[in-house]
Design a protein around this ligand. Structure first.
Ligand SMILES: [Zn+2]
Length: 235
């Protein structure tokens, strides 16, 4: 065990010299190559309170799709640190950022959900988008949540059965229309869904239409309870 640790330390030191670590959000120097976000950026993230109007509105919409609760630590603000971080996570291949931010989500879920979950499910991408991107950012976040909570991750219990165009420019009603029937529970795994409690994971909740549609597919397949979580909520 000693030698690998020495090698790891030597590799870290070499990397630190060759590529001085910088914050993924603001490019300021970081003390260690293992960190990705500086303290300034972390403390600049706006924290969600469960009494906030934006949060209550999103929760209410999700509850109408059968989602019991929504756990989300931060706000997604335009020009804020999370905008850069989530962009890097989704389009820049920085999967490790999802894991790190997912650990923050995991801390909050663990403090709020005493009952625990039978499985954590990252909201799936359609296979065409998965091919294009090479990874599912929600799965990276789910891995971070699982590291903290120790609940198992089951990415294949639900799949995206229909390709949906990007939703960025759509209203709530259009988004809802866009994702109706876009998810299907895996028929091969119905016995692992029935009567179970699931935690759905996404990157950003905007209108909640995607998370709601995914939850409905699980509940229709017999899931007992679905709770949603995400890194951030958009205003
Ligand atoms: Zn920073």
């Amino acid at each position: 065990m000693f030698l690998p640790r020495v090698l790891q330390a030597a590799t870290d030191a070499a990397l630190q010299c060759a590529f001085p670590p910088v914050c993924f959000s603001c490019n300021m120097p970081l003390p260690s190559w293992r960190e990705r976000i500086c303290r300034n950026c972390l403390s600049a993230l706006r924290v969600v309170a469960v009494t906030d109007e934006v949060y209550c509105r999103a929760l209410h919409r999700l509850q109408s799709a059968g989602v019991l609760d929504l756990v989300v630590p931060w706000y997604f603000e335009k020009e804020g640190p999370l905008q850069t971080l989530i962009h890097q996570l989704k389009y820049g291949g920085m999967t490790r950022l999802g894991f790190d931010l997912g650990k923050g989500v995991g801390d909050l879920v663990a403090s709020r959900e005493e009952k625990g979950f039978d499985a954590i499910i990252p909201i799936p991408l359609h296979k065409a988008r998965m091919r294009e991107r090479g990874y599912n950012q929600a799965a990276c976040i789910a891995a971070g949540v699982a590291r903290i909570t120790r609940w198992p991750v089951h990415p294949r219990l639900v799949r995206r059965s229909r390709f949906t165009p990007t939703q960025t420019a759509l209203s709530f009603e259009e988004r809802q229309e866009n994702v109706i029937g876009a998810f299907a529970a895996s028929r091969m795994r119905l016995w692992t869904i029935a009567g179970r409690r699931f935690l759905l994971v996404d990157d950003v909740v905007t209108t909640g239409a995607t998370m709601g549609a995914c939850s409905m597919a699980l509940l229709a397949a017999g899931a007992r309870e679905v709770v949603g979580c995400a890194i951030a909520i958009a205003e």
